[in-house]
Write a new protein. Structure first.
Length: 131
């Protein structure tokens, strides 16, 4: 008859964690690689107006127009004059959508003039960014 020693019992109760650690690191690497990073144009420090109905859905191909508190105008991160805006929007290729990011301290009339120039460029899909 064979008796169990205390040493045999200790070996039976030990759990191997090596494979579990490998799996955790593989999952970590997988999620880091598969994560997509969204790049927003952050050329101007804007205080966006707030809205309870803010929506995060944006089209894939779009222009972003930033209007700063002093009326500074950026199209896709590059400075542009107000008069050049319709022509530059038409040169955008197949882009048929525009997101306007205007500072909340900006006069309403300046935003409306930019909206008019976007419509003049025959772009109907216009969104206004809010927080």
């Amino acid at each position: 008859m064979r008796f169990r020693s205390r040493r045999d019992e200790a070996d039976e109760l030990r759990v191997e964690l090596t494979s579990m650690t490998d799996i955790v690191f593989l999952l970590l690497i997988f999620f880091m690689v598969s994560t997509t990073f969204v790049e927003f144009h952050r050329q101007l420090r804007l205080q966006l107006p707030e809205s309870p109905a803010a929506d995060a859905v944006t089209p894939a191909r779009q222009h972003v127009i930033d209007i700063g508190p002093q009326g500074t105008l950026l199209l896709d991160g590059e400075p542009v004059r107000l008069e050049e805006l319709p022509q530059r929007l038409r040169q955008g290729g197949g882009t048929r959508a525009v997101i306007i990011r205007a500072d909340k301290r900006l006069a309403y009339g300046q935003v409306v003039s930019v909206l008019g120039l976007v419509r003049q460029a025959n772009i109907a899909d216009i969104a206004v960014a809010v927080r």
